[in-house]
Design a protein around this ligand. Structure first.
Ligand code: SAM
Length: 257
């Protein structure tokens, strides 16, 4: 029976064979690797992925799609909201230390998915995601650009990222209203050791009023945290490189002597 795409599940199915091949090539799955696909849908990526790795775990929320997926002998189907999936427990069940995670994500919850994985990045080998292009532009943005913001800092702190493919709306059925792209995210080997919650708070305060200089937005927060280091607060939030945010968060979270 033909599946009618469900808007509430962000269902835009990939149909362009060249794009599917390009994404799978970008992921470069090898036999025996432990790959987890988020939102397999009608298996556009699933089938070529499972052909390369042999066995694949897939996380699908749509019950009707999960029923179909279960008939595939090489798929381990997790019928769940990905935001509730414990990836550490999944890695343990699959008997591996790290997972390769991939998927053409439901765009309506792409940021929550990115943050959910950020919290469990210790079990992630790498991530390849199709997202709204505008979101990927923000993820890979450079300082002093309008795309540079909270998402940029929170993700660049922990991942090296690159935009690997542009994908136009015509590659999907139904076509989304926006351009898409594929991002590769590789966890940084030696991330700054700091309290992610504190970095999150710092970045939220800093970017709360992008047009203002940081003395006016962040000054009070830094005072409250007892910061007495060197920091040029005459800049706007978007002018401060990720490494400086890391250093700032590390210095206020460092145990007081
Ligand atoms: N991978 C397929 C493709 O490329 O054609 C489908 C991609 S479609 C953009 C997103 C998929 O994610 C759909 O299969 C949808 O049912 C599923 N999905 C939506 N919300 C989800 C959630 N919270 N957890 C897991 N899967 C979800």
């Amino acid at each position: 029976m033909k599946h009618i795409p469900r808007k509430r599940f962000g269902q835009n199915f990939l149909t362009d064979r060249a794009v599917i091949d390009a994404i799978v090539d970008a992921i470069h799955p090898l036999p025996g690797q432990t790959v987890v696909e988020i939102g397999p849908g009608l298996m556009a990526l699933t089938q070529p992925l499972v052909e390369r790795v042999g066995k694949l775990s897939v996380i699908e929320l749509d019950r009707d799609l999960a029923v179909r997926l279960r008939t595939h002998p090489q798929l381990d189907v997790v019928e769940s909201d990905v935001l509730k999936v414990d990836f550490r427990a999944l890695a343990q069940r699959l008997g591996v230390a790290k997972l390769r995670v991939a998927g053409n994500l439901p765009y309506n919850i792409s940021s929550p998915i990115l943050f959910h994985l950020l919290e469990q990045v210790d079990v992630v080998e790498d991530q390849h995601f199709m997202l709204q292009k505008e979101v990927i532009d923000r993820m890979v943005a450079k300082p002093a650009t309008s795309d540079y913001g909270r998402l940029t800092v929170m993700l660049q702190w922990r991942y090296a990222m690159e935009n690997v493919l542009f994908v136009p709306p015509e590659s999907f059925d139904p076509p989304p209203k926006v351009d898409s792209a594929v991002v590769r995210m590789v966890p940084r080997e030696q991330p700054a050791q700091l309290d992610a919650k504190l970095l999150e708070e710092l970045v939220r305060v800093a970017f709360s009023q992008r047009r203002k200089i940081l003395r006016n937005t962040l000054g009070k927060w830094l005072d409250e945290k007892g910061f007495n280091g060197d920091f040029d607060a005459q800049r706007r939030a978007e002018e401060v490189p990720v490494a400086e945010y890391e250093a700032l968060a590390a210095s206020v979270s460092a145990p007081k002597a």
